[in-house]
Design a protein around this ligand. Structure first.
Ligand code: ARG
Ligand code: ZN
Length: 848
């Protein structure tokens, strides 16, 4: 068991490092069970530090030898490191032994399918050697790798390659969390890029032999990202080599190690037959995200882990902007908001709510959250909207000039914009400090051609934060007259008080206000609109986000009414979808999004918001009835669109073709409710790409009649790990009603359920969590199954286990029986002997 009562780390207790590092030299003698790591580190006392002895972090290390300035020393070994008195400037040498093969936590140096790889963010480097493992200690690294494996990689540029060894040097100062090493039998997909500064950069994507023909899209995404960062932010790449490695066993998406990004293989490998359009889009976004970290994260890093959003929020914002530029801003914004609501609003509404900059944590890995990442990105978007694009770029230029090579705070970030614009951002900074999703109520009326907007804001209490102060909320506003013309083009108002009134000339007395256009602020908007007003916005709003949002609100209201009053599907909503289906003047990708109904989890939250207790079966049944009603009413039009959107020619993952497939498959999904699955079966048989194949399969799964197709899919893809992840996930997550539970119970016995692989674990246990009616099955069997497997995974892989406890974060929404079942499952996890610090922190927060 680890420390009995793990201590909380607090932002308020931050202290400068006692020692700074000037240079690091590491030698790795690789061996599966007995890797030796030799370190030589030059330290000097930090004049701004607290004084005292040298303390180094270290975990699970066997210290073989240590020396200071060449003299062997015997440091005091502590539970999480070591301590020794040291002079003001000296060279530290140590030799430690570690066991990569036994490292199932996938943090530090570990092995995946015969290859050595590392994951050091946030605190994995201390599992490799003794070091001040904190982001504000930055140094250049030289790394020598000794191994007979053919490919030996580390950060920076290659210095030397000989028989059984390789030497790399990274000239850029970096914190230890950006260290990386890879050794294995790998092949490269290679290309090159010339930066705007004229530097020739060799680009390599390293994969296992056989996967090299699935790297082209990641490579293309990388080159486009490199160009985009030059154009949009003036930032060029700064080494001669950029390496990406695909790894099968990885706890997260990817990692931005300097010059050596390490990726979960699923976010690198793609071919038309094995990856969907959505996979392609995610690969593009994640490749861009990790590449963009080279400036926002690596050249300028975080002072401490409380500042994580400094690099993550900003880098998410950058990758979102990039994807919008490369594809469609309207569609990207809708997708991003859907994700924000599904994950971040959900988090903010429950027991795990925390500020974008938290003030304390027990295990930092538990704070790589939707709030830090996605809400962190929303804050940057609001900042840009408030100060304007030019001032935003000026502030960013100042940030890079002023802070290159430093470890910074949110205060440093905001200060550059204050300096660039002269604007006081003190109130704006509350977005970083206060948890919870603001609620904005909007009451509108028109008097004598003037639109009067009464706005009020409130922020609910969240754990540890009973009282809140008003925030700066930028709201983009427009108005549409009853005849469909826009009478107020987008204007931005700044709501800074608890309540404020704004007036706009609109020149008519019959218009509908379109508020929070483009989702300019991440808030919940309460605006009383009739179904007719919403239908007007759905038909005529010039702002694509609010056009979609109007349809979404109509759908949500209609479904909530059906669930609460067991009523029939609302005709207004069903009718309003007619033009969405048939209006070929509109972007197919947009129409596909507008045709999709809110998810079961969205509806559960909507019911909770209206003080109702969500009944998972009723939600599932209402969605199905609504889909059937839409399909019945529009069968002819859907059929026409299904034919018209067929894409001919070779598969192309670009936004145009992907949009056509999305609309066609949205039509297919609806039509399957009325055609007995004929079209889906035919499409499945004919599909030459994974997008169409999976869309057909998932439509069939929902009918409960997919046995033949699932078997065929299995037989074709059983040797492909990434495709088999889809096979597991789809039949569990997509099963109708509660049936996903029985499917999951069966599939945990499947010989291919390799539960130690995080992707596979998520595609089974995570997929059950994604099936709302099955996870929340009245029997409590969903909760119990997930708890069983979390208990089993925890001793091996605490990080992935802890992350997946969030499936339970909404337990308080449901009826008392379900609450009791969920709490019993959580308590069972909590009382497990030797439970990890990661999981125990999460479970106790969730239980509250
Ligand atoms: N910095 C990585 C990224 O966002 C993610 C690292 C996640 N680390 C963790 N311990 N959860 O690209
Ligand atoms: Zn990141």
């Amino acid at each position: 068991m680890k420390d009995a009562a793990p201590r909380a780390i607090r932002l308020s207790e931050y202290q400068n490092p006692a020692f700074l590092v000037q240079d690091v030299s590491l030698t790795f003698r690789l061996d599966p069970h007995a890797t030796r790591v030799f370190s030589r580190i030059s330290f000097r006392r930090n004049p701004e530090g607290p004084g005292g002895p040298l303390r180094l972090d270290g975990e699970g290390l066997r210290l073989i030898r240590a020396a200071i300035d060449g003299t062997e020393v015997q440091p005091k070994i502590l539970p999480a490191g070591l301590e020794i008195d040291a002079p003001d400037a000296f060279t530290w040498e140590a030799e430690v032994q570690i066991d990569p093969k036994a490292n199932t936590a996938l943090e530090g140096l570990y092995m995946s399918n015969g290859m050595y790889c590392t994951q050091c963010e946030a605190e994995g480097f201390r599992k490799i050697t003794y070091y001040p493992d904190r982001p504000d200690v930055m140094a250049p690294f030289e790394v020598r790798i000794e191994s007979e494996l053919p490919v030996l990689l580390s950060n920076g540029d290659p210095v030397e390659r000989g028989d059984g060894y390789a030497v790399w040097r990274d000239p850029w100062k970096k914190p230890a969390y950006l260290f990386a090493l890879v050794a294995g039998d790998l092949v490269a997909h290679s290309n090159g890029f010339t930066t705007m500064e004229g530097r020739e950069v060799a680009l390599n994507i390293w994969v296992r032999p056989g996967d090299e023909d699935r790297c082209a899209y990641a490579m293309d995404s990388l080159k486009r990202s490199m160009r985009w960062d030059e154009d949009a932010y003036g930032r060029a790449y700064d080494l001669d080599v950029f390496n990406i490695v695909a790894v099968d066993d990885f706890n997260m998406g990817a990692m931005e190690n300097k010059g050596l990004n390490i990726f979960n293989a699923r976010y690198v490998l793609a071919s038309p037959e094995t990856a969907t359009d959505a996979d392609y889009a995610r690969i593009e976004a994640i490749v861009a995200h990790e590449y963009f970290h080279n400036w926002t994260g690596n050249r300028i890093t975080c002072r401490d882990w409380f500042q994580l959003c400094l690099k993550e929020g900003l880098t998410v914002f950058r990758d979102q902007t990039f994807s919008g530029d490369e594809r469609s801003h309207a569609v990207k914004r809708i997708e991003d908001v859907q994700m924000l609501r599904a994950r971040q609003f959900r988090e903010d509404a429950g027991p795990l709510a925390h500020p974008v900059r938290p003030t304390s944590y027990i295990e930092i890995n538990n704070f790589y959250t939707a709030t830090v990442y996605e809400k962190g990105a929303e804050i940057i978007g609001m900042l840009r909207r408030l100060i304007g694009e030019d001032a935003y770029r000026e502030g960013c230029d100042l940030y890079f000039d002023r802070h290159d090579g430093q470890a910074c705070t949110i205060e440093d970030w905001l200060k550059v914009f204050e300096d660039a614009t002269g604007r006081d951002l003190a109130q704006f900074a509350r977005w970083y400090a206060q948890a919870g999703t603001p609620r904005v109520t909007a009451e509108t009326r028109i008097e004598g051609g003037t639109l009067i907007l009464d706005l009020a804001q409130s922020l609910p209490a969240t754990p540890g934060q009973p009282e809140k102060a008003p925030q700066v909320i930028p709201l983009a506003i427009g108005a549409i007259a009853r005849d469909g013309t826009e009478v107020l083009p987008t204007a931005v108002v700044e709501l800074t008080e608890t309540a404020q009134t704004f007036r706009f000339e609109v020149g008519t007395d019959d218009a509908v206000a379109s508020i929070n256009r483009g989702f300019s602020a991440p808030v919940i908007l309460d605006q009383t609109l009739s179904a007719a007003d919403r239908a007007l916005l759905l038909a005529h709003d010039t702002d694509p986000f609010n056009k979609w949002e109007a349809g979404r609100a109509l759908a949500r209201t209609a479904l909530v009414d059906m669930i609460v009053q067991s009523g029939a599907p609302d005709r207004h909503f069903v009718d309003a979808l007619g033009p969405v289906i048939s209006d070929n003047a509109q972007d197919p990708a947009f129409r596909a999004l507008a045709l999709a109904l809110p998810s079961d989890d969205d509806l559960a939250q909507a019911l909770t918001d209206s003080n109702a207790t969500p009944d998972p079966d009723a939600i599932d049944a209402a969605r199905t009835r609504m889909q059937t009603a839409v399909a019945t009413a529009h069968e002819g039009a859907l059929d026409a669109v299904y034919d018209a959107m067929k894409v001919s020619g070779p598969y192309n993952p670009d936004a145009t073709d992907a949009g056509r497939r999305a609309l066609r498959n949205a039509a297919l999904s609806l039509l399957t409710h009325v055609d007995g699955g004929d079209r889906a079966r035919a499409q499945f048989a004919a599909a030459d790409n994974m997008t169409d194949c999976l869309a057909a399969l998932s439509a069939l799964i929902r009918t409960g009649q997919a046995e033949t197709e699932l078997q065929a899919f299995h037989d074709r893809w059983q040797n492909d790990r990434l495709v088999m992840d889809k096979w597991f996930a789809l039949q569990i997550a997509g099963a109708p009603g509660e049936t996903g539970l029985a499917v999951a119970q069966r599939l945990v016995e499947h010989p291919a359920f390799d539960w130690k692989n995080p992707n596979r674990f998520r595609s089974v246990i995570g997929a059950l969590g994604m099936n709302h009616a099955s996870f929340h099955a009245r029997s409590g069997g969903g909760y119990a199954l997930v708890a069983d497997w979390l208990i089993r995974l925890d001793p091996l892989n605490p990080q992935t286990t802890a992350r997946m406890t969030t499936l339970f974060e909404t337990w308080h929404r449901y009826d008392v029986d379900r609450q009791d079942q969920a709490k019993a499952a959580l308590r069972r996890i909590q009382s497990t002997e030797g439970l990890s610090r990661d999981t125990s922190e999460m479970v106790s927060r969730i239980l509250g």
